[in-house]
Design a protein around this ligand. Structure first.
Ligand code: FE2
Length: 208
């Protein structure tokens, strides 16, 4: 009780450094940056998927021209990174990183493969549920959001301290993409929808 605030919260007006941010031009994004299956000579091994969605601000307005960067493990659950020495194969046709800009409706789309679950050393027999890391940069520095997208029905949710670190069940659900038949491409790839809300009470939880 001694540490709890006794005065009402003070609203600090945003300054220029908070309401401005970097401008990303289309020329900075390469042709295959949003297609992680098309960045090498051959296609990567794994279950091909389309991940798409929209980015919204705290008032539910679409955020256009937001930079979305993703990174993920390959289908065997291994990152192409020096620190990942998990004994699973690397895929010469998969770098595991992509980026894109949202369009006028705040929409984005990635083509990739479903990442595998991977072990880590947090506790005995610790495994991360399959996930894709996302960084979203809206129009201003305060709209930076770093989070992880999960896949529906993963049996590892209950054992993952990172997923469980978000106390509210409703907020946790916002991190799970939805299987979407409309995004699904016949004879080619399953589709998942993942919308991102940058701020406000419905914000997508921040998770690195
Ligand atoms: Fe990860």
């Amino acid at each position: 009780m001694k540490r709890s605030p006794r005065e009402p919260l003070v609203v600090l007006p945003h300054t220029l450094s908070e309401i401005t941010g970097p401008i990303f031009g289309q020329d900075k994004i390469g042709e295959n940056d949003n297609d992680l299956t098309g960045q090498h000579r051959d296609e990567p091994i794994g279950e091909r998927i389309v991940v798409s969605g929209r980015v919204f601000d705290s008032n539910g307005r679409p955020v256009s021209n937001a930079l979305i960067e993703i990174w993920q493990a390959n289908a065997a659950g291994r990152y192409r990174h020096i620190k990942d020495q998990h004994p699973a194969p690397l895929d010469p046709n998969f770098s595991g990183a992509g980026r894109t800009l949202t369009d006028e409706q705040g929409a984005y789309r990635f083509i990739t493969i479903k990442p595998g679950a991977y072990p880590w050393f947090n506790h005995y027999n610790a495994w991360r549920p399959a996930h894709i890391h996302l960084s979203v940069f809206g129009h201003a520095f305060i709209t930076r959001l770093v989070t992880q997208m999960y896949f529906p029905g993963d049996p590892l949710f209950a054992y993952d301290p990172i997923f469980q670190s978000i106390p509210e069940e409703r907020a946790r659900q916002r991190l799970i993409a939805k299987f979407d038949l409309e995004t699904t491409q016949p004879q080619w790839a399953k589709g998942f929808k993942f919308d991102v809300v940058l701020r406000g009470p419905e914000a997508t939880p921040f998770e690195t």
